[in-house]
Write a protein that binds this ligand. Structure first.
Ligand code: NAD
Length: 407
């Protein structure tokens, strides 16, 4: 996309620490836009209501007008939202993703020099996660134990399965995990398109296909199918490697892989999720772009975020690459324990904003924001979450941190 010089961008400030981190982030965004354009460009921010603020003002947690406005303006940015208990929602975030069909949860994970990390070499972690956002066990098709629905399903399964071989007590709750060919195609396509555009070396499909053969195994096979059918010589897949190996031997397969690497073809491989979670700690430099299912992606994104300093600094976006709709968001929750204390780290929403400007074609703004944030952290001027783990850090409030980034 490329927006005009005065784009209207809707925002949802969020609950808990949301308003504090949003105000800090907005001041950074305005300063960056003004600086790169010499005052000739300006974002017109348009507030949308969701969460507690919406409920207090309208009696609704997620007003229809909010969804309509995001549909109309295409892009929005948001702080964290609490999940209302008994509000009739599984989660406001999940509802927004489903209504707008935001099928990619995009989570770039890179290390910012100086950020406290549990790893000896956190700078070796540099990945972009494409998490499928609409299917899998998160589709929310779940039945509580003891309900007539579960009884019906159990009766059905009893006819279908030899239940004597597996433990399947009548007290079970049940969930259904849909994984489709179409859902896999659009997610894997988005990951491959991104990897080719950004000249990344590989796309890794992460799955548990060894156990869940038709859902997660389907994801792996369909992922390879689309890579081979739609991208031809632009890619070389691990499945092609295995085929050459069984046909002509390991030397021929190695030679084909070497040639693919030398000619700059994108390597598409796959790793089983449990192995992947240990590999990202041991050899993170082996991975670049990752495409995975919803639940795996949830665990992987936060585990990787922790490797490079935690969710206080991890940005994210939910995107539909076909319609262009995108919601950029802080990846952490509302942090109710520190709400109102002017203590929260606004880096996650600031970096999500940088991703948003990049998406809108304002790479100059995006770059400046990232550089300024990086410099501030390198100067050891940080909020308390980082300060408590850094030697000689200067602890500042949320507001002061934003002022330092702007300076
Ligand atoms: P949380 O992320 O709010 O907090 C976990 C811990 O991390 C807390 O100790 C908190 O103080 C700290 N933390 C989080 N963000 C921080 C920041 N920016 N700076 C410094 N410290 C930070 O997770 P939770 O407590 O499990 O969830 C609280 C609420 O947030 C729940 O209602 C949950 O549903 C919601 N939530 C929303 C989103 C979202 O809107 N995307 C994501 C996760 C959780």
């Amino acid at each position: 996309l490329r927006v005009n010089d005065y784009p209207i961008i809707p925002f949802i400030e969020g609950d808990g620490t949301g308003p504090e981190i949003w105000q800090a982030a907005q001041s950074v965004f305005d300063a960056a836009v003004s600086k790169v354009s010499g005052g000739c460009r300006q974002v017109i921010w348009k507030e949308l209501l969701a969460g507690e603020k919406a409920f207090k003002q309208t009696g609704e947690w997620l007003p229809e007008q909010t969804l309509t406005a995001i549909k109309e303006y295409l892009v929005a940015i948001k702080g964290p939202l609490m999940t209302p208990i008994g509000g009739g929602f599984r989660s406001l975030n999940v509802t927004m993703r489903q209504v707008l069909d935001l099928y990619v949860c995009l989570r770039p994970v890179r290390y910012f020099q100086g950020v406290p990390s549990p790893l000896k070499h956190p700078e070796r972690t540099d990945m972009v996660i494409f998490r499928e956002n609409t299917e899998d066990i998160y589709a929310g098709i779940e039945f509580a134990n003891g309900t007539p629905e579960v009884q019906k399903l159990l009766d059905f399964l009893k006819d279908e399965l030899d239940v004597t071989k597996i433990r399947f007590p009548e007290s079970s709750s049940l969930a259904i995990k849909p994984v489709s060919q179409e859902g896999t195609h659009r997610l894997v396509k988005a990951a491959i398109d991104y990897a080719l555009l950004e000249k990344k070396p590989s796309v890794t499909l992460v799955h548990k296909g060894n156990i869940m053969k038709y859902t997660e195994g389907g994801f792996k096979n369909w992922g390879y199918d689309i890579a081979e059918k739609d991208y031809g010589n632009q890619v070389f897949t691990w499945r092609q490697y295995e085929a050459i190996k069984s046909d002509k031997g390991v030397d021929a397969a190695e030679a084909a892989l070497k040639e693919a690497e030398q000619t700059g073809r994108l390597i598409i491989n796959d790793v089983i999720a449990d192995n992947f979670l240990q590999q990202i700690l041991l050899r993170p430099e082996n991975f670049s772009v990752v495409a995975t299912l919803n639940l795996n992606g949830d665990y992987i994104s936060d585990a990787l975020a922790a490797q490079v300093g935690g969710i206080g600094i991890a940005p994210g976006a939910n995107i539909n690459y076909d319609t262009g709709h995108a919601i950029f968001e802080a990846t952490h929750g509302t942090a109710p324990d520190i709400a109102g204390l002017n203590k929260a780290n606004p880096s996650s929403v600031i970096l999500s904003g940088a991703m948003m400007f990049d998406y809108l074609g304002w790479q100059d703004v995006s770059q400046l924001i990232v550089e300024a944030l990086e410099q501030t952290i390198q100067d050891k001027t940080v909020t308390s979450d980082f300060a408590t783990q850094m030697a000689e850090a200067k602890e500042v409030s949320t507001t002061e941190f934003a002022k330092c980034v702007i300076a």
